[in-house]
Design a protein around this ligand. Structure first.
Ligand code: GRF
Length: 192
C-alpha cells in the first residue's frame, strides 16, 4: 500500500479532496498528516476522516524525533497542501523528488516568502492580471522554486474580487492535485 504524508497549516480542504479522490477510485492509501499550527481547521477534518494527525511546532521540526517520525512512516510521497513554513532542509535531502507543493498562482510570479493564500490573490487582482492559476512543483531549499510538475491557468478578466479568484484557483487545485499525486504514485498506470 502506498503512503502519503501530508503537511498542512490551515483548513485542509485539499487534503480532504485528495482522500476523497482515491476513495472514489477504491485505491487504498495509508495517510498521515503533520500540522504545525495548534488550532488549524484540519484537526476536525482529520477526526471526521479518521486520519492520524500529529502536531509538530516549528521548533520541534528541527528535532531528531521529527525526522524519525517521517523515516519510520517511510512515505512514498510527501504532499504540502497549504503548509506555510519553510520545509526542513534535512528532510528535503532525505526524500529527493518525493516532496511536492501546490502554489495558488503561476510561478515564478507571486511566489516566495509571504506569498500565500489571499495575499497571492489580492496581488494578482491589484496587478490586473488577465489570468492566474496553479503550480504543482517539487520542493527544494528555496520557497516555490523547485522543478515544476504541472501548471494550469484560468482566465480572470473582468473578475472584481480576490475571493472570486480564490474560488477559481481552488477549483483547479481540486481537479489537478489528486491527478498529479496519482501519476507520481502510480507512474505505470496508463489509465490515470
Ligand atoms: C491552497 O490554496 C494551496 O494552494 C495553498 O494553500 C491553500 C490550502 O488550502 N498552498 P486548504 O487548507 O487545502 O483549504
Amino acid at each position: 500500500m502506498k503512503k502519503i504524508l501530508f503537511f498542512a497549516s490551515g483548513s485542509g480542504s485539499n487534503v480532504e479532496n485528495i482522500i476523497n479522490y482515491f476513495q472514489k477510485k477504491s485505491i487504498t492509501i495509508d495517510y498521515k498528516v503533520i500540522c504545525n499550527k495548534a488550532e488549524a481547521g484540519i484537526y476536525d477534518r482529520c477526526e471526521r476522516l479518521e486520519i492520524p494527525i500529529h502536531h509538530f511546532s516549528k521548533q520541534e521540526m528541527e528535532t531528531l524525533a521529527f525526522e524519525q517520525y517521517i523515516v519510520d512512516f517511510a512515505p512514498d510521497l510527501i504532499v504540502l497542501a497549504g503548509f506555510l513554513l519553510k520545509f526542513p532542509e534535512k528532510i528535503i535531502k532525505k526524500f529527493p523528488e518525493k516532496i511536492i507543493n501546490i502554489h495558488p498562482a503561476l510561478l515564478p510570479k507571486y511566489g516566495g516568502k509571504g506569498m500565500y493564500g489571499m495575499h497571492v490573490h489580492r496581488a494578482v487582482l491589484e496587478n490586473k492580471e488577465s489570468k492566474t492559476g496553479i503550480t504543482i512543483h517539487f520542493v527544494n531549499e528555496n520557497y516555490d522554486e523547485g522543478k515544476i510538475i504541472l501548471q494550469k491557468d484560468t482566465n480572470i478578466e473582468g473578475i472584481l474580487s480576490a475571493e472570486e479568484i480564490a474560488q477559481k484557483v481552488h477549483a483547479l487545485e481540486y481537479h489537478y492535485f489528486p491527478i498529479v499525486i496519482e501519476q507520481l504514485l502510480f507512474p505505470d498506470n496508463s489509465n490515470v
